[in-house]
Write a protein that binds this ligand. Structure first.
Ligand SMILES: *Cc1c(COP(=O)(O)O)cnc(C)c1O
Length: 830
């Protein structure tokens, strides 16, 4: 918003100024006392906590003035800064938004309303338009009385289009929001079948929502997402703008052809006859409908057919997110949008099983009421559950679940019913065994609810989040860097750097990685047992392992003559030809044969009966350090001489490889035929020498939570050795349920802090085995149960792992692989 003086702000919100100070201008609004910009106007809102408690703090943190309720004025400090007294601070914030909206005369405002799919439709519309016109979209699902006001206030002055989501849960709310948004057009997703509590029937509910359209200009429009003659009629009677029915032939249409993995292949018809096949990354027909609606709105906003199809082809639905949590005992819970389409359901069940290995049982938990389900689709669903070997179905007492239970009766798949989600959760929490996987169908728009997350979170307070979408985008970045002819190996040793090798392996396969690398035979066998079929190279098998390597189709690296002898024997016994890689020690002196010895070995392999030279490898000692580039080049030269010898001996199709993450980025000549990426998969750089050369997406975060808070008197000390001493009388110490057994080494003290809601809180004293203490003095918002980001990325906050590792004099590899068995791994993926 444009800057205004305190007096002007007071007049906009209809308040009176008390205790005016020096004249400074207000440039934005804030509702959190600790998250405000220095020129903000702080609004003391009454929510779960009363914002009036934080007025002094907000002013101390730089707020220009605070808007407060008149009836609280007497209790507020007089000397902290200017206060603007109003009857209701939330209404005042809304007035501010109304004022700002009036300034934005050249922006077309589109409101997205309806029962379901608002956020998806809004995000899709913003995504479609984004390449062509700057488009502002309200953040996340900000759609309440507060959210809409903040959305409008955050809209920049010069954008051509703003898309704002709005919701009403009680009568009268939409009219207030309509005043703020003052839309030029409205997209009405649907009325939904779930009965809206506070409305007296469908018509009243529809009338309330359509309140957003009441003031539309005559040249505006309302786009309906659902063919419902009654609602359409109502809309036409409420507004003088054009009302376009769902499926209007002048608008784009999508027809689903089939499923491809977890995506849908659709045929898109744009107005004017343009057509294209699109692969949309969602199995859900509802999400496709939301996209179709957004395409309709984009067309009405002037996007041409060719541009529209191109934009739709690039669009990835953000909310078809499938989330998985792996409990420390090995059981996995996968959350997905409810979708009864049998094809989508099988695809979800298969993905869930493949991501986990599929040894345990598969449970299906229907957390959505499935309103509108027909007997026919219930039967199809039951057949699918049977065919996918689901061993147990949990459902609700909802009517539609009668149909599912009925249909399941003949298939022999048992179904348990529960009166509410809480009870389903309690059952599932005790029923799940190691290796089981539970697919949870959650209602649309709720996504995977926090409550479900709780089911697995309660088992462990400390969680390692791994963003599989980030892993995929990092694979794509390396693929682009090395080009199409160099193979990619994903290194998944050490539990895939502390995450989970099976889950990561499946993700890597989907992302087009060619090989996997592990350190030990057992690691390779674990992958095979979990159904991973990709070629796997074992860097450091021992001679006694070779028989098992052969049995599990794992490829050994021959780094010594003893390994060669063992490989000969095992291959001869098996009667099968064994592919091997030979490791050359080119100067790192960790493992491998010296160049001369390697060439001798090659001579033995030439024309060998049982062994075939499939690869030649080496490892570089300091490719991340520019000061040692001479050494790296010397290593590459020695390796090159062995490669030349192999070529001279007539070996063909030998995959040559030397580079891990750092060398791949810094030494194009070291990439040869394959690169071996470990750390880079998680978006982490090995050293600052590579950061500017390749952009990666960090995707790992270690999060724990506050389990206790205590107040301390000055002079009192905390922890082993009493290293922390309370200074001020308001010292507050929070206990976090993560210690060095979990993932926070004692040396983490050198990093110094963790983040709570983005705020740095100092570590207090030494880190214990199971816990650590932090100083939350000055963070009155911090409460028991709050998430604490220890390192990495989570929920928009970040402490780069590389920086933490550097502070501890170690590398990110070590920090990640020390994440212990008690820590819950949580995988998210788009
Ligand atoms: C661990 C390892 C890698 C991967 O290293 P990053 O630096 O994590 O990419 C590659 N090759 C070998 C032989 C390894 O041991």
């Amino acid at each position: 918003m444009d800057p205004v003086s305190v007096a002007e702000a007071a007049s906009i919100v209809g308040g009176t100024v008390h205790f005016p100070g020096e004249e400074r201008e207000v440039g934005g609004v804030a509702i959190h006392s600790d998250r405000l910009q220095a020129d903000s106007l702080f609004f003391a809102l009454r929510g779960a906590t009363d914002g009036h408690q934080f007025v002094a703090r907000a002013l101390a943190n730089g707020a220009i003035a605070a808007v407060v309720a008149e009836d609280c004025l007497a209790e507020l400090p007089r000397d902290a800064g200017p206060l603007i007294a109003v009857a209701d601070p939330l209404a005042a914030l809304q007035e501010m938004a109304v004022w700002w909206r009036r300034q934005l005369t050249s922006t077309t405002f589109v409101a997205v309303i309806g029962s379901n799919g608002k956020t998806l439709t809004k995000d899709a519309l913003v995504g479609l338009l984004a390449g062509h016109r700057t488009t502002y979209g309200s953040p996340g699902s900000y759609n309440s009385q507060l959210g809409v006001a903040l959305s409008v206030l955050q809209c920049p002055a010069d954008v051509p289009v703003a898309v704002i989501e709005a919701a009403a849960t009680e009568p009268g709310e939409m009219a207030r929001l309509a005043r703020i948004v003052a839309p030029d057009a409205v997209v009405f997703t649907n009325l939904g079948t779930r009965s809206a509590q506070h409305f007296d029937g469908r018509e009243e509910h529809a009338r309330e929502l359509l309140g957003m359209a009441a003031g539309l200009p005559a040249d505006g429009w309302v786009l309906m997402g659902e063919p419902d003659p009654a609602v359409h009629h109502l809309a036409a009677s409420i507004t003088k703008a054009r009302v376009l029915p769902a499926g209007d032939t002048a608008l784009p249409r999508l027809t689903r052809l089939r499923h491809v993995e977890r995506s849908s292949l659709v045929r898109a018809f744009a107005p004017g006859g343009a057509e294209a096949d699109l692969l949309v990354a969602t199995p859900s027909p509802e999400v496709l409908r939301d996209l179709e609606l957004a395409m309709g709105a984009a067309t009405l906003l002037g996007l041409g057919p060719e541009e529209l199809l191109a934009a739709a082809a690039e669009y990835t639905p953000p909310s078809t997110r499938m989330q998985m949590w792996r409990r420390p005992d090995g059981a996995t819970v996968v959350g997905e949008l409810a979708n009864t389409d049998p094809l989508a359901l099988s695809s979800a069940l298969r993905t869930a099983r493949s991501l986990t290995g599929g040894h345990g049982r598969t449970l299906m938990i229907i957390g959505d009421p499935l309103a509108g389900l027909t007997a026919e689709s219930a039967a199809a669903m039951a057949r699918c559950l049977r065919a996918e070997n689901v061993q147990l179905v949990c459902g609700l007492t909802a009517d539609a679940h009668d149909l599912v239970e009925e249909a399941l009766r003949d298939t022999g798949v048992p179904m348990h019913r529960f009166p509410d989600e809480d009870r389903v959760r309690a059952f599932v929490a005790t029923e799940l065994r190691p290796d089981d996987v539970a697919l949870v169908h959650v209602p649309r728009d709720t996504m995977v609810t926090d409550a479900w997350m709780h089911l697995v979170e309660t088992a462990a307070a400390t969680r390692l989040y791994v963003d599989l979408a980030a892993v995929k985008s990092n694979v794509a970045a390396f693929r682009k860097l090395v080009g199409p002819h160099t193979k990619l190996m994903g290194v998944v040793k050490a539990e895939a750097y502390g995450t989970n090798p099976v889950t990561v392996a499946h993700t890597l396969r989907e992302a087009g990685v060619d090989w996997l690398g592990v350190a030990t035979t057992d690691e390779g066998i674990a992958l095979r047992r979990a159904g991973v079929q990709m070629p796997v190279l074992v860097f450091l098998a021992v001679p006694g392992d070779v028989e098992r390597l052969v049995r599990h189709r794992l490829t050994p690296s021959l780094y010594s003559v003893e390994m060669y002898d063992a490989a000969c024997r095992a291959a001869a016994v098996s009667g099968r030809r064994l592919d091997v890689h030979v490791e050359v020690d080119s100067g790192m002196h960790r493992s491998g044969l010296y160049p001369e010895a390697a060439i001798e070995l090659l001579a033995k392999l030439r024309g060998h009966e049982h062994l075939r030279l499939a690869g030649l490898m080496s490892h570089l000692g300091c490719p991340d350090d520019p000061a040692e580039d001479d050494l790296t080049r010397e290593q590459l030269k020695r390796f090159g001489s062995v490669c030349a010898a192999a070529a001279e001996m007539g070996f063909e199709d030998v995959v040559r490889h030397t580079s891990a993450t750092a060398a791949t980025i810094r030494f194009p000549e070291a990439r040869y035929d394959m690169v071996r990426i470990g750390l880079g998969l998680y978006g982490l750089h090995v050293s600052t020498a590579t950061t500017d050369l390749l952009t990666l997406t960090p995707g790992v975060g270690l999060v724990s939570r506050i389990v206790e808070i205590h107040n301390m008197a000055p002079g009192e000390r905390v922890g082993y050795g009493g290293l922390f001493r309370a200074q001020s009388p308001d010292t507050r110490i929070a206990l976090i349920a993560a210690g060095y057994y979990d993932a926070v080494p004692r040396a983490f003290r050198k990093v110094g802090y963790v983040l709570i809601n983005g705020h740095r809180c100092q570590i207090a004293g030494t880190i214990s085995m199971d816990s650590m203490a932090i100083d939350i003095t000055g963070h009155p918002d911090a409460e028991v149960g709050d998430d604490v980001l220890i390192f990495g990325q989570h929920a928009g906050f970040s402490t780069p792992i590389e920086q933490a590792a550097a502070a501890m004099d170690t590398v990110s590899h070590e920090l990640l692989t020390q994440v212990g068995p008690r820590v819950q791994r949580i995988f998210t993926q788009h």
